[in-house]
Design a protein around this ligand. Sequence first.
Ligand code: H2U
Length: 350
Amino acid sequence: MQFVATEHQHRRLNPLTGQWVLVSPHRMQRPWSGQQEKAQLNEQPVFDPTNPLCPGVKRPNGNVTERYESTYVFDNDFPALLEQVPAPPSSDDPLFQAAAARGNCRVMCFHPKSNLTLPTMSTTEIGAVIDEWIKQFNELSVKYAWVQIFENKGASMGCSNPHPHCQIWSCSFLPTEPQLKQERLRAYYATHERPLLSDYVDRELQRKERIVIDNPDWLVVVPFWAIWPFETMLISRNNNKRINDLTQLQRQNLAKTIKELTIKYDNLFQCSCPYSMGWHGAPTGPEHAHASSAHWTLHAVYYPPLLRSATVRKFMVGFELLAMAQRDLTPEQAAQRLREVSGTHHYLDK
Ligand code: H2U
């Protein structure tokens, strides 16, 4: 029998992390009688006086959110990382290792209106978000080894607040995922003298099997090794290392690309599509300021949980927690669905 990727289960390697994913496309046929999510629709009021992220609202801790008109950043009232905390004692025991973790956490509102999301904002408004990401990154990267910009969109991805916003957590250390990427990208560069993701972009452009969006500055693909059903990577085609390397033109193109991609996500299952997304680029801070970043390529990752519809999601549970990640439809099938779905928003079009 000949191997057919859409029919025969197989494993794929993520070269960025060294982890494998099991692809079992034949499982898409199975019936689903498990949990159904509540479909997320954009039904927020423009302003909610009880929502702490809305302009002018007093937050539970007594601070007042400013009456902002574009983006707005404030220190998280419940930060996971603080600057001034004692470090744990060092230990020689390999079974009880602990290390210092310092940092800060900020919340960044994208827009004063609660009823908007990135796909329903204008490219100019998304441009303001990108400019604010860069402003924050410029400030925080001087001090911190890792500045993680991330957005949880939708309650099913842990978003605790129905208002367009993201978070920025800055760390005095490299967290696990960036540390893995740092090692793998560096090793690839040592052997091939090329950034892994530049080679990957070239290969994806040749193969044309997993491309979702392609423009001169950005490539969006469902990666060969995607874990989540409709996971994508948005990769710089200009060998950018960090988000603050971007030129004005690259920022403008990024705003268009983000809008197009997030509209496609909303249109895929005709809902306000939940996801977690975030930016990865070369590490920063005094420790990395003079180290080579030649092996890095700036990229964002999008992890939407939906599998079959607005109400049926992928669960990362038993086998995934105990053995390895597993997916059903192939990345090529997912890319084709995303490529073919309209770039005009399903309800803004009405
Ligand atoms: P999420 O929607 O991704 O949970 O982000 C919202 C963040 O906003 C969350 O980390 C913070 C929460 O701690 N927050 C405040 O700092 N103050 C508030 O009054 C509400 C929420």
